[in-house]
Design a protein around this ligand. Structure first.
Ligand code: UDP
Length: 474
């Protein structure tokens, strides 16, 4: 296992964004956490240090915890391609999709258990009596057993799920259930995701949150965002007086680099284009191909200055996601079939992952620059890619699935697509928001308020402290 080093971040900064009562509550819970967790460590274990919502959240929640003098740590498990193929299949099954269609039998259990057995040894070298271990997502469920007898409290947190069960979800949960019998706590993002056999006593519902000061979400002057997009080679903008520097998560300064191979298909985005954009991993369930089809099939309904950007990580960069290259290829294949005048208006962007802070800053600049942000997922655990543009005051058009429904109040803080497969309905919503600037501005304003109210880190951290207090019976 590899430890990810996280520098502390002061809670005061977050408290400054909250009304006084809320800030006071946060500081008093931080004080309680300090007392409660004195001499203990909180070990988080997941499958990747970058790429995806869990890594995004661990980065900031750990920084705040460490800023509050809590010894929160992060370990990333070691896997191999066979293990990650299997856990991606499991991930897809829990979302109701067969994924690569492979089996989930004894041979798969053997792969899963043998990889986790060696990780378990390494984990046990770190964990001491009285510690708390937070295992994230299906890749880590098999570590619960090995922690029995360690004297640590073990919590398994599942960030994914589907609103309704089906044959695929049953198959996925059948595989995982035996590993989850001895957890002290189990956390889900929404009630609908919880399998019926989960013991109510151990269950907590904790939705994710966003950090307004992270490199991904920090306020950005228009000129600085534009300088970033121009220098990186993403958008064709005139040179201005914007800065190319940004604050890294450790507080140091980074500088945007020019990049050459950002476009998997399409050319540099014109500076005067109004951008409809989806940022996602190249995961089939995010339905990048559906967004592309809906856009080009209804292109005559969008004004000529409207362009589409599908943005994801460069595909070799996310080690636990073997599906990425395939999905990007599918998007490129669709793009190649388009007539030239349609190709001009569609841009497939693969952002480098070699510098996660620069990646986050580029996503930030793109989200600030976009006119409308979309998330047409077929299923979605929570969808930080919805929270992020909402915080930036952007109108968001997204599918009415999973955690997206908890974030967007339809017609108030964004627009929801009832049936995520409805390509025409999706285009209708886009037209509505592109044609009505007042509506777009109002949706964006309400979106930011909604995130401030419900999805900032204080609520998340307080829920954790409450759970730890209950588990430690103090
Ligand atoms: N993301 C990123 N770079 C990319 C694509 C995605 O940093 O090229 C981030 C995105 O901004 C968000 C996270 O990955 O913070 C995705 O989280 P989400 O909850 O939306 O979905 P998940 O990937 O966990 O299914």
């Amino acid at each position: 296992m590899k430890e990810v080093q996280i520098d502390p971040m002061s809670l005061e900064r977050l408290a400054g964004l909250l009304d006084p009562k809320r800030a006071e509550l946060l500081m008093s819970r931080a004080e309680l956490a300090r007392r409660l967790l004195d001499g203990r460590s909180i070990w988080n274990v997941n499958a990747t240090a970058s790429g995806g919502g869990v890594a995004e959240m661990l980065t900031t929640l750990l920084a705040y915890s460490r800023g509050a003098d809590v010894d929160a740590r992060w370990l990333v498990l070691d896997g191999n391609p066979e293990f990650f193929r299997l856990t991606k299949r499991l991930h897809n099954l829990l979302h109701g999709s067969a994924g690569d269609g492979g089996a989930m039998g004894d041979a798969e259990r053997e792969v899963y258990e043998s990889v986790l057995a060696s990780n378990s040894e390494s984990l046990n070298e770190h964990v001491k009596e009285g510690d708390i271990v937070l295992l994230h997502d299906p890749q880590t469920a098999g570590l619960v057993e090995g922690l029995q007898g360690s004297g640590a409290k073990v919590i398994w947190r599942c960030h994914i799920g589907k609103d309704t069960t089906d044959e695929q979800t049953d198959l996925g949960w059948e595989f995982l259930k035996p590993y989850l019998q001895h957890c002290d706590g189990v956390i889900f993002s929404r009630a609908a995701y919880v399998p019926e056999w989960v013991d109510e006593e151990t269950l907590r519902l904790i939705p994710p949150s966003l950090d307004p000061f992270s490199t991904k979400n920090a306020d950005l002057r228009k000129a600085d965002g534009e300088a970033t997009l121009r220098c990186a080679g993403l958008v064709d903008l005139a040179e201005g007086d914007g800065r190319l520097t940004f604050e890294r998560r450790d507080g140091s300064e980074g500088t945007v680099r020019p990049h050459e191979d950002l476009f998997a298909a399409g050319s540099v985005i014109p500076g005067d284009a109004r951008l409809v954009m989806q940022v996602s991993r190249w995961d089939r369930l995010k339905d990048m191909t559906g967004v592309l089809k809906s856009f080009v099939d209804h292109l005559d309904r969008f004004p000529a200055d409207v362009h589409l950007a599908l943005v994801g990580p460069e595909v070799s960069g996310v080690s636990d996601d073997p599906e990425g290259a395939e999905v990007l290829e599918e998007c490129v294949a669709l793009w190649e079939e388009l007539p030239a005048e349609h190709q001009e208006r569609v841009h497939l962007v693969a952002l480098p992952m070699d510098d996660v802070d620069e990646n986050a800053h580029m996503v930030n600049a793109l989200q600030h620059h976009a006119t409308v942000v979309v998330q047409k997922s077929l299923v979605e655990g929570f969808g930080l890619t919805v929270t992020e543009p909402m915080w930036k005051g952007k109108p968001v058009v997204a599918s009415k699935v999973g955690g997206i429904q908890d974030q967007i109040v339809d017609g108030t803080s964004g627009l929801l697509l009832d049936d995520p497969e409805d390509l025409e309905g999706f285009a209708d919503l886009l037209v509505r928001v592109l044609e009505d600037e007042e509506l777009a501005a109002e949706l964006g304003r309400k979106a930011r308020e909604r995130v401030r109210e419900m999805f900032l880190g204080d609520r998340h951290l307080i829920q954790y402290v409450q759970l730890f207090a209950e588990l430690l019976e103090l």
